[in-house]
Write a new protein. Sequence first.
Lengths: 265, 388
Amino acid sequence: MTATERNNVVEHGPPDARPIVLAHGFGCDQNMWRYVWPAFAEDHRVILFDHVGAGGSDASAFDRERYATLGGYAEDVLEICRELALEDIVFVGHSVSAMIGGLAAAAEPERFGRLVMIGPSPRYIDDTDYTGGFSRQDIDGLLDSMDSNYLAWSGEIAPVIMGNPDRPQLGRELTESFCRADPAIARHFARVTFLSDNRSDLARMTTPSLILQCSDDVIAPEAIGSYVHSRLRGSRLVQLEATGHCPNLSAPEETVAAIRAFLAT
Amino acid sequence: MIAGGGFEATAEDFFEDAPVGYVTTRPDGTIIRVNRTFESWTGLTRGDLVGVKRFAELLSPGGRLFYETHCGPLLGVQGSLREIALDVLRADGSVLTTLVNSVLRPADGRRPAVVNTSIFDATERRRYEQDLLAARRREEAIARRLQLSMLSGDLPAGPGLGVAVAYHPGVRGLEVGGDWYDAFWLTEGETAGLVVGDVVGRGLDAAAAMGQLRSAVRALALTGLGPGALLGALDAYVRRHGGGRMSTVVYAELDLDSRELRLACAGHPPPLVAGPGEAARFVWDGRSQPLAAHRSGASGRPQATVALTPGSILVLYTDGLVERRSSSLVEGMERLRSRLDGARDGDPETLAAGLVRGLDSPDHDDDVCLLAVRLTPDGASRRSRRAA
């Protein structure tokens, strides 16, 4: 099984253009970029993929040990990049994938040209002299929420949603698969994501970076964006007007414009 | 019929005092309207909420993480949420257990886009669900204990014979599977009975059926029926008692003096034997259908006899060892054979562990059970030690 098969890699745009890899975070899949990727497909080789267990990835490739830390997911990113022979990569990571991209870029810096982190957080749980915003109990609460929403998560109620007459423009395929995940793997990914601590890795991430900080982001509040900015040498921080944690869905134009402005520098 | 203003007043009353909490937000989650029911359920007033809070901020921290990472994107793309279980935090910090439906109403030129959310008090329903979940987990724990109790116990060992087992539960299965094994002396130090089986189904029923088959095989084995007749009798037992129908099982008797292996295989993957210096091979003789799968009389089933040489290895296993979602059964069996050929040495424990190694990861959601048996290289030494 190749990495591109395993991670359901989908490509758009001219193959000889500068590659831009868009990485989704926990809770969703590559559909997260549906309003963003078309804006880059004209002059970039756009690479979309699903983390193992999410979307159209091959769930059978899941390995508890390999994916016990974000490093395993970063290794997947590197395997995709090697397989597609990508160089001078623009890596755009949303949420936890910001750290995954950072880890990948720290491991093979020569491959990466630019790093864009949307709503990054190097640690979600509070620590001495550090406010992540959540406690260990909160993360258990997330796991409970996932358990109580097993059906919504696993897509077993997808046929009901599919019949949504208000949104006929949504293709059957998309509605069936959007943000679906293997529940057991998603639960594992949740633990690995929200119990991760990558604060000490920030110093190793030397790729020129842009941090996109949303307003009112309850998952990665402004203080954390500033923290990442202060630890990532030479990084830029751009405050978006977009609220919430997913500007790639809620404010795609603003997100695209901020990334383009960064790439132009 | 209610006339104009009267109806509107009634509709307004219904909106405010409906037995459902209503919250309207902008697409970014900022609350723009709530009804009285929601206020009274939560103790939060519209002054606290409208234009001030985003919907996700009303949730428990865990629920907020779930909502922002999964539900929000889902709503944005799909335009709706159905029956999402969320905990809303009341003004006093207590938890309101709810089920939430949301619809995104797109902008239509006159009006901006909004999200309409209805919130049902699901306290009792969620308690019931949690009870059910707890009951299921309890049952799984019982089934697992039951299975483990059957999968433990002494293996026959002694001069001339080494037996080891590897049992590997499926990675993702919550319930116990139906794989089982047994190994015992028919005649102490002379003839060993070896069984590996796979019961259809999972959970408590499978564990119970496994227990029945295991007891039946032990009882029948000691009557001296021999493998073919034993499986025939087991067939009749299953037909009469029901549990274990369509199960597969391989039963073998290994005579240490003659080094003769007699076996019968009811729908089960073929055993693998490997003599020293020979390539490993599957035993395709002595096969018949799974238990109670056909209407034969009680005349027994075919059995095979295999002459083993000193140092031979016998491997009985369940299909989980050779089945992968990503490759065919034939490929899986070939992989097992070459793996055995690649690592023949060592005691049965090392052998068994080596053959199941790597199952943890890819592709694996089925149980695996494996029995590795080795005849000591020199039969004479067995006899001499026995004599000594």
